[in-house]
Design a protein around this ligand. Structure first.
Ligand SMILES: C[S@@+](CC[C@H](N)C(=O)[O-])C[C@H]1O[C@@H](n2cnc3c(N)ncnc32)[C@H](O)[C@@H]1O
Length: 381
């Protein structure tokens, strides 16, 4: 039996989940309300909650939630010891919802990875990776894990952190030396590859994870316009820019209304669009059971509209990047192909310098990352 207080706390969190309050949000609230819990206790509770949702379809629903969480933790530990004893067919039918097969057939390696705990990636400021790795300790370069050496080399600011410290409390974080950012998200920034002095628009900037990376690559020269429909997220973006001592940003609220936030023409535009988030299902397994095909269809319509609207603001010769942290066909290749068909002046462009592909799926097992889709175009000069 696992520690009863962990089981009770996890069960309390699971009972608090509602359609409007997903498991990761309830977990965050519970941990914020219990600041006296040790780091080990916090991570045990998080592991218990996420294990429950990872192994949900294997659990006996007539038992108490505590017993189900105990069973899930047991399965998690056994799987980590001997992953190959769970058949891939069982994972395909029980680790993800049935509707997913109509949208994407996940590679077996990705399915296997989804039942493991995710790893933690940090994005170091340009030129600081070696020094920061030594300062934080317990860090590894992406190449140590990657099945794709060229892709790992693209992620030249990434470090995997294997330690147990709360990184937010480190001096390096306080002085803005790194951000916590999944390596797949970092690769979106590298796909943009903005140059100092250019003008870029991050149209769905959220809390600014990727805007910061663009600004950093531009070495504080040029401008990054950051817009989003959420004012709360843009406020957080402002704070993050200040901590990173980056000042080349313009913030403009925008919700894909007809009128754009600016008349500026851009050298580059990034649309990191709202999506069903299938690529984050390892990190956030509860979403496997709440996301629906209807969400996928509705989000695909928003994505197509966003792409149409923002592309009008691109300079001739400018670069457009579309990214989503999902893997469904409707939100990825179908959106990109339809956009190419409807915009003859937008020419598919290699996403990364090392390969000619204008559409790239980042499968989670390749880099131990979130799943991501990236497409690129260049407006005819
Ligand atoms: C994938 S998140 C962006 C994450 C962000 N780029 C980052 O790296 O931190 C998508 C964002 O799109 C915003 N969004 C959703 N619908 C939108 C719309 N119709 N117009 C503009 N932004 C929208 C959401 O508020 C959310 O912040």
């Amino acid at each position: 039996m696992f520690d009863p207080s962990t089981l009770n706390r996890a069960a309390h969190i699971i009972r608090g989940v509602t359609p409007r309050l997903p498991a990761d949000a309830v977990l965050r609230l519970e941990l914020a309300a219990n600041r006296n819990l040790s780091a080990a206790a916090r991570s045990a509770v998080a592991r218990a909650v996420f294990s429950y949702y990872r192994w949900l379809k294997w659990l006996r629903t007539h038992e108490s939630i505590q017993l189900q969480v105990n069973d899930a933790l047991d399965r998690q530990a056994r799987y980590e010891r001997e992953p190959l004893t769970t058949k891939i067919e069982a994972l395909a039918s029980r680790a993800v919802p049935d509707w997913l097969s109509g949208e994407v057939v996940l590679p077996p390696e990705t399915l296997r990875l989804m039942q493991l705990e995710p790893v933690l990636w940090i994005r170091t400021r340009p030129g600081m990776r070696t020094q920061l790795g030594q300062e934080l300790n317990d860090c590894e370069l992406p190449a140590a894990w990657s099945q794709d050496a060229a892709l790992a080399a693209e992620a030249k600011h990434a470090l995997r952190y294997n330690g147990r410290r709360d990184l937010f409390t480190t001096g390096a974080f306080q002085r803005g030396a790194f951000e916590i950012q999944d390596i797949a998200s970092q690769l979106v920034g590298h796909a943009c590859a903005p140059r100092p002095g250019e003008t870029w628009w991050d149209a769905c900037a959220g809390e600014g994870g990727k805007s910061l990376h663009l600004a950093d690559q531009m070495a504080n020269r040029g401008t990054v316009w950051a817009s989003d429909r959420s004012l709360r997220r843009l406020e957080q973006l402002k704070r993050r820019f200040a901590r990173a001592q980056l000042f080349n940003t313009r913030i403009a609220p925008w919700e894909n209304a007809e009128s754009l936030p600016t008349q500026t023409l851009f050298d580059g535009i990034l649309i990191d669009a709202p999506c069903s988030g299938v690529g984050t299902w390892q990190r956030n397994p509860h979403a496997r059971w709440t996301t629906t095909p209807r969400d996928v269809a509705e989000l695909a319509a928003v994505q197509a509209r966003l792409l149409d609207q923002v592309s009008a603001q691109l300079k001739p010769g400018g670069r457009l990047i579309y990214a989503v942290c999902t893997l469904t066909r409707s939100e990825t290749s179908a959106i990109a192909d339809a956009f190419t068909q409807n915009h003859p002046d937008m020419i598919p462009d290699p996403v990364f310098a090392h390969s000619p592909s204008a559409q790239v799926f980042l499968w989670p097992h390749e880099l131990r990352s979130n799943g991501m889709f990236i497409a690129a175009w260049r407006r005819q000069a």
